[in-house]
Design a protein around this ligand. Sequence first.
Ligand code: AMP
Ligand code: ZN
Length: 466
Amino acid sequence: MHSMKLVNSLGSEKEELRRNPSGKFSMYFCGPTVYNYAHIGNFRTYLLQDVLVRTLEIDGYNPCVVRNITDVDDKTIRDSMKNGVSLADFTGKWEKIFHEDCDALNLRRPDFEPRAAEHIAEQIAMIENLVANGFAYAAADGSVYFKISAFERYGALSNLENRQLKTQTLGSGGERNLVDEYDRENVSDFALWKATKSEDGENFWPSPWGNGRPGWHIECSAMAKKYLGNTIDLHSGGVDLKFPHHENEIAQSECANGEKFVRHWMHVAHLLVDGAKMSKSLGNLYTLNDVLNMGYSPMCLRYALISAHYSQQLNFTPNSLVAAKNALEKLRNFAKTFQQKCPPQRFEIGEWKFFGAAFGALMDDLNTPECLGNIFKAMNGIRGEMRQQSQLFGEFSTIMYCLGLRLTGEEKSVEIPAHIAQLADARWRAKISGDFKESDRLRRELQTSGWLVSDGKDSYALTPLR
Ligand code: AMP
Ligand code: ZN
């Protein structure tokens, strides 16, 4: 039986994922910080992880997925206090919204979705273990730090080996790292436990070092151990988590457990918008709701976000939703031609006749763009009587399951008012005749009227702005 091959971001080699004949294939994904809407960049990562899990499931790996909920950290505490509500009420509301978005995008729920605030005891136990074995130390204020000089392999995942690590230890008087997120220029001992401060309000727990709360990194180490054991088969997150979060997870888990933490790392490259990092201040941050308000369905967004390879940055433009909508329409029309005629039938994996190349692309480093290309290639070669075969239906629905593309329901079509269509048409004609001044003027006029024009090679698309 062939195996899934995936590039391991620790070492960058393409490796086979080892099957676990007697048990489950254990996977841990770093989950959302529930203090605001998840944005479409977050969903890119969750969606590609979802395609991985679905493909592994179809291929008999028996995956078991843990994805945590970060409900205690600098941001959740800050914003719950700002809103004058309890941390649990505040994060509960955002967790519910996150789940609604996930359901709309047809993301499978993980097998376990533990909340950090409900696993304080496990986190304290792991910190106690690290202190007892000389990997961590308590400072005078009651905070506890991980001593990175005590872990030789620190930095292997993000190639920090040749850097001068600042390893300030207790009593040195130097500044230690109390913030959860920091960059490579600020490598230093990081907080496992943070002594309570006035701005934390009521959000603290008792511990052997006094009242406080866990640092961000320890939650994943403690919850991965509880639900999946000391060594997990695959761990994944967006590329921004490689350093420091995943580096710190490795250090904590390997020092506390004395065993290898993760067999295989997978990092998803970032989603950019108009070539730039998404951020509220640039005004280019999109949520699922924003995409729905532009007149596209959650499936359109799903298609657009999975259509590029996970290791490549993806530049999101409204045009990619137009392309996704057209592609989904083709898949839907194809499904309609045979769905009524054959009863759904479970397809036996390994006997592909039509969509083997598409599935093969997923099994080879989760190549979603090649998979989609191969689906359309195969569809073009399917003629009349072949559509009667239940095998074809079985294969098609299996490959749609892997990609998580739900084909029921129609796309909501965008109504373009006649005067807008006329303006857009005039702009296109000005553009192709070389009158760029006029075409720019018309583009601005359209934008003021609430419509974005994006040009393709031979045509243009109109997208309503929010
Ligand atoms: P957060 O809620 O910020 O902890 O992020 C949740 C997940 O989304 C993590 O795996 C991040 O690495 C990932 N992520 C954050 N921003 C982006 C982005 N622009 N593109 C892809 N993934 C992202
Ligand atoms: Zn994590």
